[in-house]
Design a protein around this ligand. Structure first.
Ligand SMILES: [Zn+2]
Length: 527
């Protein structure tokens, strides 16, 4: 591993994202994941600025056992006209237990005058004193030059003076920040190359307001920066910070640098998703490298070529970042796509062209009715199993009915569903209640078969999406329902279609339960 710094600021700058709130425990979990990814530095927050961050550093010292990462405490230079040793916030950094302190310093003259309300000379003294003081106390110091690029464009000499002052005082890295996120890569490349002449070791901290945070980070590295800051999943205020995983994957896979410990990049997809569980922000399907769609191909015409060489259609082998190639069964689906998708699911249709043709026709006609299998792998797999004669029949539905009742003045509408079916040689009629008709049907169906198939108690619905497909007939629109179910470990998506939303939901529910039982290798009892 090189001496290049991969520096994560998810827990400080990333947490500025609207709606993102992290508890101290959340932050400890995130730190462990980041360490697992192999980042070199984790910025834990600003000790002394709020009790939560102070508590985090205290707990981290006791509970975090980091293998790769060093914890960094973030803070500001001393107050104007005071001494660094007596400044309370500087003391909190000194006492945080973090071996690295990242100090934010003003480097844009207008910000010094308008925000700090002090002189340009005093700001330089604040940088110098604070860096020197913390160095004397035995800490490593990085300096973040806030609004550096705008400052450089407005008053180049002063911006450069701040960099020199920080480096001469003992800052190990001077980080150039595009705090407003308004730069473009050619500007960043040129400015970083010019600042390299100061002799300081440089870093980059980019925001994504022009959609160029990662590109700007790459430009900075190509111009000589050897310290890269970013946030997992591109979290951050406004449009976010540079996505750390995308940046690191670019450095390793495109620029041939080795910035993470051996083998760690292959954990990126898992870790990116694990952290989205903690932040409670659903992962973006279109996230470069780690998104579920990042290597998804709507094959159609290309399917036969993908079968020969998948790398013709993707920029890297998805396994390098721990992701997978996915084939989408779409309206343009030809036999080749279905054959390939079958193979992905463990069905070899190569030797059976008739069956393959029949299945292709069936998918095409279902798609005409409004079905989509792109997002509903589980329903597609059941369809395949049905064609192969291996779809298990756990129960045989006789009928279902659902009633909804609302009482005047009450916000709660109670739904009651009756499901009649045969399973395990018995005829069962079960009533289920729920806060909506689909919920009631789900309860009734699972209650009816729970004794026979106890696994269903572990299934629950996690997502329910409805799309109205206007087939151009005005009122007689078709409804498509997608249901996502989990057993706590795996999750699967099923689809139902029909003119009636409850009928469409019912189909998706029946597929969901059938798929789950089949996944658990449950043997069907005689219906
Ligand atoms: Zn920032």
């Amino acid at each position: 591993m090189s001496d290049f710094h991969v520096y994560d600021t998810t827990m400080r700058d990333g947490a500025q994202q609207e709606g993102l709130n992290l508890s101290v425990q959340d932050k400890l979990h995130i730190a462990r994941h980041l360490d697992d990814l192999g980042v070199g530095y984790i910025e834990g927050g600003w000790p002394g600025s709020n009790p939560k961050d102070t508590e985090f550093f205290a707990l981290a010292a006791k509970e975090l056992d980091l293998e790769h990462a060093t914890l960094a405490a973030f803070g500001a230079t001393r107050r104007p006209d005071a001494s660094a040793a007596d400044d309370g916030l500087v003391a909190a950094l000194r006492e945080s237990g973090a071996s690295v302190v990242t100090l934010v310093a003003k480097s844009h003259d207008k910000h010094v005058e308008l925000a700090l309300r002090t002189t340009l000379e005093e700001n330089l003294a604040m940088v110098r004193d604070t860096v020197q003081h913390l160095r004397e106390e035995g800490q490593r110091v990085f300096v973040d030059c806030e609004h550096f690029f705008n400052g450089y464009l407005d008053n180049r000499d002063y911006a450069l003076e701040v960099v020199r002052t920080a480096a001469e005082a003992g800052a190990e890295v001077v980080v150039l920040c595009d705090t407003n996120g308004g730069m473009l890569p050619h500007q960043v490349g040129e400015i970083v190359a010019n600042v390299m002449a100061t002799g300081a070791r440089l870093g980059i901290h980019a925001h994504n307001d022009t959609g160029c945070a990662v590109a700007n980070s790459m430009a900075a590295v190509l111009a000589g920066a050897t310290h890269l800051q970013g946030c997992i999943n591109g979290y951050g205020e406004r449009t976010g910070n540079a996505d750390l995983v995308t940046s690191v994957a670019n450095l390793e896979l495109k620029l041939g640098m080795s910035v993470l410990p051996e083998g760690r990049l292959a954990e990126a997809t898992r870790i990116s998703h694990a952290i989205s569980e903690i932040t409670n922000y659903p992962p973006s399907a279109r996230q470069p490298y780690t998104g579920v769609s990042s290597f998804a191909h709507k094959a159609g015409l290309h399917a036969s070529a993908i079968r020969v060489d998948p790398n013709l259609y993707q920029h890297i082998d998805p396994a390098l970042v721990g992701n997978d190639m996915r084939l989408l069964v779409s309206e343009m689906a030809g036999r080749a796509t279905i054959e390939l998708k079958g193979k992905e699911l463990g069905y070899d249709l190569t030797g059976d062209p008739e069956r393959l043709a029949r299945l292709t026709d069936r998918v095409k006609s279902m798609e005409q009715q409004g079905y989509t299998f792109e997002a509903a792998d589980a329903s597609f797999e059941l369809l395949l199993a049905e064609e192969m004669g291996t779809r298990p029949q756990y129960f045989d539905i006789e009928s279902w009915r659902v009633l909804a009742e609302s009482l005047p003045g009450s916000l709660d509408a109670i739904s009651e569903a009756t499901v009649k079916l045969r399973a395990g040689g018995q005829r069962l009629a079960v009533i289920g209640e729920g806060n909506g008709p689909v919920n009631a049907l789900d309860h009734a169906l699972r209650q009816a078969i729970e004794q026979l198939y106890p696994d269903v108690a572990r299934f629950h619905l996690i997502d329910f999406r409805v799309r109205i497909l206007d087939q151009g007939h005005g009122t007689d629109a078709i409804t498509r329902v997608l249901i996502e179910t989990t057993d706590g470990k795996d999750s699967w998506v099923t689809v139902g279609v029909g003119p009636n939303i409850i009928e469409a939901s019912w189909q998706a529910l029946v597929d969901a339960v059938t798929y789950g039982l089949r996944l658990h290798a449950v043997t069907p009892q005689t219906v």
